[in-house]
Design a protein around this ligand. Structure first.
Ligand SMILES: Nc1nc2c(c(=O)[nH]1)N[C@H]1C(S)=C(S)[C@@H](COP(=O)(O)OP(=O)(O)OC[C@H]3O[C@@H](n4cnc5c(=O)[nH]c(N)nc54)[C@H](O)[C@@H]3O)O[C@H]1N2
Ligand SMILES: Nc1nc2c(c(=O)[nH]1)N[C@H]1C(S)=C(S)[C@@H](COP(=O)(O)OP(=O)(O)OC[C@H]3O[C@@H](n4cnc5c(=O)[nH]c(N)nc54)[C@H](O)[C@@H]3O)O[C@H]1N2
Ligand code: SF4
Ligand SMILES: [Mo]
Length: 731
């Protein structure tokens, strides 16, 4: 930290999204004077987005909770930490004793992966809880990526990332990094990096039902009908094999299953899929040829390709496309990372490569993946009586009422719980149902290292930052809350503490020590010789702007974690799932009965559900509206700016319409994370800009049935004008 007068400058990583931008925060005493980009950060080089300044807003937010709260008949009352933690632990243990371990469920939300201390200690708490009913935001997000990685490369975290700064051809399927700042592809200032592809003579092609902010940067944008990406990918593979364009190079001998995937691709000519996808056969052929001919190409797909009915197939086929064209594990293609704290090595050493279908949910029989059940099943597991019913829930850093499908049903379920505890610093749509809220510190009061996003970054870098402010008196960090709960659970029921090794590990290994060890014994660490060259956490802390560890490098076959050390091109569960795709394809009818396909979107100034309480981020034009093509609107007599009623199997919302030719006819879009009009929430700014929750429309029964991920994109809806009488909407 540098200091002048009584002003000081603090450098850290913004933890809000996956981009890991370096920020420079100027403070005087307790006041944050400014938040700017850190120009000396070797990775982000001064870039930030508008959300970085909201770090100040959340830190100073008067609505942010600082003390534990207990819900009573007439509102919330403050309780001490000891009282709150004792009560939470006792209730959880009692409920488990009466109804079995799995009567207590957990839901971990997205910010968990943005805090290494929360993540590591949260994992230990889960172990002590010993419930099979574990849920998280993974199953409304990147589960298909883990599924494909586990089956093909032998480890759920072995997810290759595009070599963005060196590739010549980037095919983006259902991702909008220009708004999201990149996901499973940490690349600060991603828009500039995308523009640079074309500047160096390369190509950027975007396949998306909406002409997104990223599509505007592309040389080619192709509209695709939601949920048909797997068909497109199969037709691309078909063309490559049919025209002899495959060039796997060294991958040929590193992978098993070539005949099987050739066979699979045979059945999907561009002509067979063009009607469903809405992309002409000649266009598909041209795309396949250009991709295959390019000197360094990567196909990359995110939410649009993952959080839909055939997400796992999409992620598998994307890997195949990169492999058959020889682009996996080569500079300018896609590569595995080698981060300073190697999460994959740690997980592997603990025997945690992932697993699938070891058990199933009680009500619908949905498979677990990596020890978690699909969150789309959470509400029914609470609502359906019987042996094994969920009676208590702990949420941490999550807002599933706004983030998971059929939020209305989940709310009904939360009201039925015997006990709910939320580790969160807001009273929001989810936590308002809790009996106890345990509010942790915010990011500026804790240290930070990205154990997860360094492992998904387009360059190997490392950056550690100390806290900017000491935690307020009597404040607790997430990891202290989890640790406090775990210790109490173990005291009440010593059998939970596990083996002697586990007991030693949990007692001695606080998150910071785990991080320090991981770095020291990681790929760039000093190892056993603390005086030798290399990284330690101590040395890294002195590098205020972080260190650059170089471009990604090829790492196969060493990095593979499969039993036989080879890539599995045609894992059985994925091959078998093609039958489901074929069935759906056969019955496909575009826009039957005036039905439209609903998809999501993200906005640069928004971050899932929890940053709408920053005045700076919500002012200006309204963000929660329905994008609709003028053709579809005309057919329904809906004018630009008018209110529309959108109805799905699960619910109805009313919101203003924005007409645009940037969306494919037959498709409409609503962003998620809005809907702050629920009673009882304490978000004074957000409640004045409420919007509606798209997840009142998404369906808990619509899944990628293979892996259990929710299908939040491609929801069938009906849209009608809201009739008005004398300016009043008719309910
Ligand atoms: N500003 C901002 N940044 C964020 C977040 C945020 O809320 N706001 N959230 C963060 C999180 S948690 C994540 S996971 C990432 C997500 O990062 P991205 O995946 O890049 O973000 P999305 O905007 O959801 O992009 C999905 C795109 O898929 C398209 N799409 C929808 N359905 C289909 C389909 O069936 N096929 C195809 N081909 N495309 C489809 C949509 O039109 C959209 O453009 O963003 C992260 N960054
Ligand atoms: N329809 C639709 N739904 C979606 C998506 C979509 O594209 N479309 N995207 C999905 C995706 S990718 C994701 S990741 C999920 C996100 O789903 P969730 O993780 O369930 O929701 P968030 O909005 O991220 O809520 C984060 C919560 O954590 C709290 N919080 C913030 N920081 C901290 C912290 O440091 N500690 C603790 N304890 N709490 C904290 C916030 O107050 C908030 O309550 O939403 C999913 N839902
Ligand atoms: S893109 Fe914005 S929110 Fe994401 S890390 Fe950078 S500054 Fe933070
Ligand atoms: Mo996400």
């Amino acid at each position: 930290m540098a200091s002048g007068a009584d002003e000081r400058v603090h450098f850290r990583t913004c933890h809000l999204c996956e981009a890991m931008c370096g920020v420079e925060i100027r403070v005087r005493g307790e006041d944050i004077l400014s938040v700017r980009g850190d120009h000396a950060d070797p990775f982000s080089r001064g870039h930030i987005c508008p959300k970085a300044v909201a770090l100040k807003d959340v830190h100073e937010d008067p609505d942010r909770l600082r003390q534990p709260l207990r819900r009573t008949a007439d509102g919330w009352e403050q309780v001490s930490w000891d009282e709150a933690l004792d009560e939470a632990a006792r209730r959880l243990v009692d409920i488990q004793a009466a109804h079995g371990r799995s009567a207590v469920a957990t839901y971990f939300g997205n910010p968990m992966v943005h805090s290494y201390t929360a993540l590591l200690s949260g994992t230990l708490l889960l172990r002590a809880l010993r419930s099979h009913n574990r849920y998280s935001a993974t199953s409304v997000d990147q589960l298909p990526h883990h599924f494909a990685a586990y089956h093909m490369y032998g480890h759920q975290l072995l997810i290759p990332v595009p070599d963005l700064d060196r590739l010549q051809f980037l095919l983006v399927i259902g991702a909008n990094p220009a708004a999201s700042n990149g996901s499973l592809m940490t690349a600060p200032d991603v828009a500039r990096r995308l523009k640079a592809i074309r500047q160096r003579g390369g190509r950027l092609v975007v396949v998306d039902p909406r002409r997104s902010e990223t599509a505007r940067l592309a040389d080619t944008h192709l509209f695709i009908r939601p949920g048909t990406d797997a068909l497109l990918l199969l037709a691309l593979l078909h063309t490559i094999f049919a025209e002899g364009l495959e060039r796997p190079g060294k991958l040929e001998t590193l992978a098993n299953g070539w005949d099987a995937i050739r066979q699979v691709a045979k059945g999907y000519s561009p002509e067979q899929v063009e009607h469903a996808c809405g992309i002409g056969a000649s266009e598909i052929r041209r795309l396949a040829r250009d991709f295959a001919a390019s000197d360094g190409a990567a196909c990359y797909g995110r939410m649009g390709a993952s959080v839909q009915r055939f997400g796992a197939l999409c992620q598998w086929l994307i890997q195949l496309l990169n492999i058959v064209t020889g682009n996996l594990d080569r500079p300018g293609g896609t590569l595995f990372t080698r981060p300073a704290f190697d999460l994959i090595a740690l997980a592997t050493s603990l025997g945690q490569r992932g697993h699938f279908d070891r058990r199933r949910t009680r009500v619908r029989g949905l498979p677990e993946f990596g020890g978690e059940f699909p969150v789309a099943a959470l509400a029914e597991e609470i609502l359906t009586p019987g042996q094994g019913q969920i009676r208590a829930l702990m949420t941490a850093a999550g807002n599933p009422v706004l983030s998971t499908p059929n939020g209305l049903q989940l709310e009904r379920a939360l009201e039925r719980l015997d006990f709910m505890v939320a580790v969160d610093f807001y009273i929001n749509e989810t936590t308002r149902h809790a009996h106890l809220i345990l509010p942790p510190t915010f990011a500026l009061e804790r240290d930070h290292y990205d154990t997860v996003f360094h492992a998904l970054a387009i360059r190997n870098t490392a950056r550690y930052c100390p806290p900017l402010f000491p935690p307020a008196a009597d404040a607790r960090h997430d990891w202290e809350i989890f640790g406090g709960l775990r210790e109490r659970l173990e005291k009440l029921d010593p059998a939970r503490a596990g083996s002697a090794y586990v007991r030693w590990f949990t007692r001695w290994m606080n998150p910071r020590r785990i991080l320090a060890r991981g770095i020291r014994f990681g790929p760039y660490g000093t190892g056993w010789n603390p005086f030798g060259p290399g990284l330690t956490l101590g040395r890294l802390s002195k590098e205020l702007h972080g260190v650059d560890l170089g471009a990604l490098r090829p790492s196969l076959p060493d990095r593979l974690a499969t039993q036989d050390g080879a890539i599995e091109l045609a894992p059985k569960p994925l091959r078998d799932d093609l039958e489901r795709l074929a069935g759906w394809h056969a019955s496909f009818a575009a826009g039957a009965d005036g039905q439209l396909w609903l998809i999501g979107r993200r906005d640069l100034r928004s971050n899932n559900s929890w940053m709408h309480n920053s005045h700076r981020l919500v002012k200006g034009p309204r963000r929660c509206d329905l994008l609709m093509h003028p053709q579809d609107a005309a057919r329904r007599a809906i004018a630009d700016g008018a209110m529309a009623r959108v109805t799905s199997r699960t619910g109805t919302v009313e919101l203003p319409v924005r007409l645009t030719e940037d969306i494919m006819p037959g498709v409409v879009s609503i962003p998620h994370g809005w809907g702050h009009l629920r009673p009882g929430i304490r978000l004074s700014v957000a409640s004045r800009h409420p919007g509606v929750s798209v997840n009142d429309l998404t369906d808990d029964q619509a899944l990628d049935e293979l892996c259990g991920n929710a299908a939040l994109n491609g929801v069938p809806v009906v849209v009608a004008p809201v009739e008005r009488v004398g300016g009043q909407a008719l309910a």
